[in-house]
Ligand binder design. Sequence first.
Ligand code: ZN
Length: 173
Amino acid sequence: MSVCRIRLLGDPALRQVCEPADEVGAEVRALIDDLLDTMYAADGIGLAAPQIGVPLRIFVYDIREQDIAPGVLVNPRIVERHGQIKEEEGCLSIPELREIVTRNAQVVIEGLGREGEEVRIEADGLLSRCLQHECDHLDGVLFIDLVSPLKRKMLLSKWSKREPGERPAVPAM
Ligand code: ZN
């Protein structure tokens, strides 16, 4: 178990389409532990494997709400999407930026858990947003790709002038 370096915008690791994990064995479980350690060290609510440079379809999440347990999904796929909602969003890989992003309000997502068991999650609210954000990471998509070209230009300009150490006020993932 260890805290890994989180890759930042500009790192090609964030732009790869990740491969499915062949099996959920000791190696995948070690990766899951690294993801959890790194997510908690960064005070994030979600973290995907490519954010620590591993091109596999795996992420962890913990939105810190009492009724919602932290979890992991291996080879996740969104099987249902309903409604639309706009909320501010932040990403651990673009730590100084946040922006309003339109997402589906509810999703149903299926994948494998830590022991390789089948998992199905019906999510809304922040959990739904977090799961969609993490699934995007597995396809090399970042939240700045989901805003208008003008907004993106402004965000990238802000990023290029960033002061190191700033932290988003919204939960980042
Ligand atoms: Zn992110």
